[in-house]
Each structure stands twice: as structure tokens, then as C-alpha cells.
Design a protein around this ligand. Structure first.
Ligand SMILES: [Zn+2]
Length: 277
């Protein structure tokens, strides 16, 4: 599933192509994308809207329009966006929506598993919607270790489950949670409330470092994630633990182990990341 680095990579690529452009024609082929709203109705509402900016919050892409409305896009498991000149995008059985922009180019939404969502919000609806679902932006200047500490205090859940909660820290998913915990030398099953202040500080640094590395490598392509030009990310070649069961830890040589936390496959180094309750 695309996480913060993947969504931010898409945003950076698409922003200069979308900003200032008008949605001329919109076709939405999949009712699951917009439900409970009718896809034809959402498409009609989007036509004529002019993009003021393309932003990101956690794993959400936010297309802000000059009208004050916003289109909130969540890629979920397998969603991706492609951009190409008019009629140049290859045929794709998994295409769920296409937007023709006023410069003649197309932006297409592809989604194999069909969990992705498009939600059109009226002026004033965006902030309350996001505030109820998404916590601090980990790469924002204002996100401090003490903010993370405040979100973890009193939580008996394993620290990995706590940081997968989007209200703890926005945009961290299964891959970057494992990578951050390895960097911070914290066992993923450690109860969040049991972390010492030094460990929270290390985790805060590690989350930011793992995400920044992911952005620098333009995200990780395991299966479906691709950039708007069809290129792949490269972060999958640099994972420290994710998906590396049995391979040596690059810090200590111990084979990476795999377990499950909060129902998710979880990779860690049993020597560098010791369990303590
Ligand atoms: Zn190790």
C-alpha cells in the first residue's frame, strides 16, 4: 500500500502538471470509487473546476480547487495515477477514472483491487474531515519528539500498532513502521507506554529518516505503485528489514526475523531490537 513517501512522490510529480489547469471532462467508470455518491454526478460536479494546488496530508492527496472545493484522493492498496498527452495513455483494464485537462492532457486513475476513493468536499469540509482521521505530519517542522511522546503515553498497544494508527502520526504504514523501528532499535511489540523518553526521541528521528529516505528514492515499488510517468520507485532495494526474513541485519549480521503485529507481517532484527515489556 502506498505510504507517505509514495504519495508525496506522486504529489511532487503531478503538482506542476495539475496546478492552474481546469478539469474539462471527467469520466468515472467505477461506482466504488465515489460511493455512496453516484460516479456520474461526481464527474459532472468536477467538470469546470480549476486546480489551485495539489497537496498531501498523511496518505491523502488533496486536489484543491479555486472554488474552495477539494477532491480528496486515497490510493489505498493498489491505486495509482498516470499522466499523459491526449490519447497517449496505453489501454488499461484497471482504469477507473480519467480527467481531461484544459491543456489536452489526461490524468488517469488505475486501481486493481478497487479500494481507492475519490471524495469531493465542499468549502470548509476538508479540515474537519482530515482532523478527525489524521494526526501530526511527521516531516513538518512543528512535529517534535514531545508530540510523538504525547500520542504514545498510556497506550498499552504494541508500539508498531500505535504508529500505524494514522492519528498517532500521519502517513506511516507497514513498510516504514518496520524500517523506523529498526533504525530506532525498538522491538515492534514493545508496549507504546513502556518506551523511555530516549527511545521516543530515537523513534521520532527514525520515522523522519525512514520517510525522507523513501521520498529520496521516489517510494517503493513492490507491485502496483508507479509514478505518474509510469516509472518505478527504488526504495525497495534499500529496505533494512521489510520483507528480508533470514537475510543478515546490516548492523549486526543476525538474520532478520518475521512476526505478526496488529495482524500485519512485521520484520525486525532480534539482536538489535530486543523485546522488553
Ligand atoms: Zn541487528
Amino acid at each position: 500500500m502506498p505510504e507517505l513517501p509514495e504519495v508525496e512522490t506522486v504529489r511532487r510529480k503531478l503538482a506542476p502538471l495539475l496546478e492552474g489547469r481546469r478539469f474539462d471532462r471527467v469520466a468515472i467508470a467505477d461506482p466504488r470509487l465515489t460511493r455512496p455518491e453516484e460516479p456520474e454526478e461526481v464527474a459532472r460536479e468536477l467538470e469546470g473546476e480549476r486546480v489551485s494546488s495539489l497537496e498531501r496530508r498523511g496518505k491523502y492527496l488533496i486536489v484543491r480547487f479555486e472554488s474552495g472545493r477539494a477532491l480528496l484522493i486515497h490510493l489505498r492498496m493498489t491505486g495509482s495515477l498516470r499522466h499523459g498527452g491526449a490519447g497517449t495513455l496505453p489501454d488499461d483494464p484497471y482504469r477507473r477514472a480519467v480527467v481531461r485537462l484544459d491543456d489536452g492532457s489526461d490524468v488517469a486513475f488505475r486501481d486493481v483491487r478497487r479500494f481507492g476513493t475519490w471524495l469531493l468536499l465542499e468549502p470548509g469540509e476538508l479540515d474537519p474531515y482530515l482532523d478527525a482521521r489524521v494526526g501530526g505530519e511527521p516531516l513538518a517542522d512543528g512535529f517534535r519528539a514531545r508530540d510523538l511522546a504525547a500520542r504514545l503515553t498510556g497506550r498499552k498497544a504494541p508500539v508498531k500498532a500505535a504508529i500505524l494508527d494514522q492519528r498517532t502520526v500521519a502517513g506511516v504504514g507497514n513498510i516504514y513502521a518496520d524500517e523506523a523501528l529498526w533504525r530506532a532499535r525498538i522491538h515492534p511489540l514493545t508496549p507504546a507506554a513502556a518506551l523511555e523518553l530516549d527511545e521516543v526521541k530515537a523513534l521520532h528521528r527514525a520515522i523522519r529518516a525512514a520517510l525522507q529516505r523513501g521520498i529520496a528514492r521516489r517510494g517503493s515499488t513492490l507491485r502496483d505503485y508507479a509514478l505518474p510517468d509510469g516509472e518505478s520507485g527504488a526504495m525497495q532495494h534499500e529496505f533494512k528489514v521489510y520483507g528480508r526474513a533470514g537475510e543478515p541485519c546490516e548492523r549486526c549480521g543476525t538474520p532478520i526475523d518475521k512476526t505478526r503485529v496488529a495482524g500485519r507481517g512485521t520484520w525486525y532484527c532480534p539482536a538489535c531490537q530486543r523485546y522488553r515489556a
